[in-house]
Design a protein around this ligand. Structure first.
Ligand code: NAD
Length: 482
């Protein structure tokens, strides 16, 4: 019998007022119910906001180093539970073990990073025009932060929103994605054990259209940080900005790797395969377009196909590439494979569901490569969010950049080249929030800003590093004439 998990509101573990629950299934074997969660509604969300409002004064007045001590302690508790959290993440979301373990470690590192930051929020002292005057700025918490998160990094993304929000003295209401909420409730448990006062963090599981919607529309939430799809995120952005809130939305991507004439095709194929097939292609920064110079195109394609065919697909617990996270994601990937074929791209490898007894029920798909892709095809324009790489041929650096920039997204981009000046031109020319040279498009450091151009992000605020502190604080300028 699967464990029934509760909401965490005002320091207590409670049932939803609806009396209803939702099951989370193992994507590698959907016959297995991993855990059961509260199917909460607007009233549950409103109670959580009320608790966050009540806790506001106490938490904002708690000295930064003390807030940091609680974050550090929570990070230590999480590290003691790393194996358990890794297993939970694999069971709910499907990631391969090294990816899941890496993601849990990232969450721990984020807590430790922002623990240190909480004693060092910045602020500046300036020379005043008058005598006997202290003129300085300081950063204060904004208020109640509403955090809405996706399933694809179910512990790292909540951690990179939650840790800076708490470090800077905000209280929080958090709605995790319904596919993998378990690890978020574990974050709440660790913070509770570390001594976080009641009401400072409140986690409510349930549908975005009720719980998330209430968080966004409540008069008592002051900022909204959302990561998820463009469709939902753009609506959230409009609604929350119209309601006068500070808003940050991190959305989809269609990330290119440009492989130039000077690149080593084998090295480039390795970079593209890791970026495109890692996490089953379910990273917002996943490489989904390889834009390849004609001089190295044939060798590159042969190497990429080899790599795709050597990937060991299966349950994430003991295979290299896990399943898609849910049935809808698998159907959507298979639909894009059909569309690409119909539009005239060449299926170079993959394109189907792998064979094997273990594969019958799970949401598995083969690593897939399409060649002869035209830049206007849907497979080259729309986010697929599965292990599908479109390869496009170009005859110059200039054409490559034009193709790379010719989409609505601009999250991450990379170039593989042995030409230093070409690399630097790419840094200048590419329309993306993250640009990498001779590296995969995925993989981020936690202490530098993250966000995209165009439809990939609302361009107002970045996440992570000092940008995380900026989003969750408001500046006050003090003229102190003594
Ligand atoms: P999603 O938009 O379906 O859901 C994201 C969250 O929004 C979930 O918690 C969901 O319950 C909630 N939600 C749904 N409807 C809502 C509503 N009406 N009001 C408020 N909240 C609502 O996204 P997903 O499928 O969970 O995640 C995959 C997407 O996330 C991909 O497009 C991916 O590119 C994107 N993503 C972006 C980044 C980034 O930093 N740019 C990082 C990871 C994932």
């Amino acid at each position: 019998m699967a464990n029934t998990c509760l909401n965490f509101v005002n320091g207590e573990w409670i049932r939803s007022e609806t009396g209803e629950t939702m099951d989370v299934l193992n994507p590698a074997n959907p016959n297995e119910v991993v855990a059961t969660y509260q199917q909460s509604n607007e009233a549950d969300a409103a109670n959580a906001v009320e608790a966050a409002v009540a806790a506001k004064e106490q938490w904002r007045n708690t000295p930064g180093p003390e807030r940091g001590r609680i974050l550090r302690e929570a990070g230590t508790i999480l590290s003691q539970r790393k194996d358990e959290l890794t297993e939970m993440l694999i069971a709910e979301e499907g990631k391969a073990r090294p990816e899941a373990a890496g993601e849990v470690q990232r969450a721990i590192d984020i807590f430790h990073y922002f623990s240190a930051k909480s004693a060092d929020l910045g602020g500046t002292k300036k020379g005043a025009s008058g005598q006997n005057t202290n003129l300085y700025t300081r950063k204060e918490p904004v208020g109640v932060a509403a955090l809405i998160t996706p399933w694809n990094y179910p512990i790292a993304i909540p951690a990179w929103k939650l840790a800076p929000a708490l470090a800077t003295g905000n209280t929080v209401v958090l709605k995790p994605a319904s596919d993998a909420p378990g690890v978020v409730l574990e974050l709440a448990k660790a913070l509770d054990e570390a001594g976080l006062p009641s009401g400072v963090l409140n986690v409510v599981t349930g549908p975005g259209s009720s719980v998330g919607d209430e968080f966004i529309h409540s008069d008592d939430t002051d900022l909204v940080s959302f990561t998820g799809s463009c469709g939902v995120g753009e609506m959230v952005y409009d609604q929350a900005t119209n309601a006068g809130k500070r808003v940050q939305t991190e959305l989809g991507g269609k990330n290119p790797t440009l492989v130039t004439a000077s690149a080593d095709p084998a090295e480039a194929a390795g970079i593209v395969a890791t970026g495109g097939f890692g996490t089953t292609g379910q990273s917002c920064t996943a490489c989904s377009r390889a834009i390849v110079h004609e001089d190295v195109y044939d060798d590159f394609v042969a190497e990429l196909v080899d790599r795709a065919e050597s990937i060991d697909v299966g349950p994430g617990i003991d295979h290299e590439m896990g399943p898609q996270a849910n049935e809808a994601e698998l159907s959507s990937t298979l639909e894009y494979i059909d569309i690409a074929t119909t539009e005239g791209a060449t299926l170079a490898t993959g394109g189907g569901v792998p064979e094997g007894e273990w594969a019958e029920d799970g949401y598995f798909v083969e690593p897939t490569v399409f060649t002869d892709v035209d830049p206007e095809m849907r497979i080259a324009q729309e986010e697929v969010f599965g292990p599908v790489i479109a390869v496009l041929k170009v005859d110059s650096y200039e054409e490559g950049v034009e193709v790379a920039n010719g989409v609505d997204f601009g999250l991450s981009a990379s170039i593989v080249t042995n030409d230093h000046s070409e690399a630097n031109r790419f840094i200048d020319d590419i329309e993306a929030g993250v640009v990498k040279v001779n590296e995969k498009t995925t993989g981020l450091e936690l202490h530098v800003p993250f966000g995209g151009f165009k439809r990939s992000s609302s361009e107002t605020w970045r996440e992570q590093g000092d940008a995380g502190i900026d989003f969750y604080t408001i500046e006050k300028t003090v003229y102190d004439n003594y």
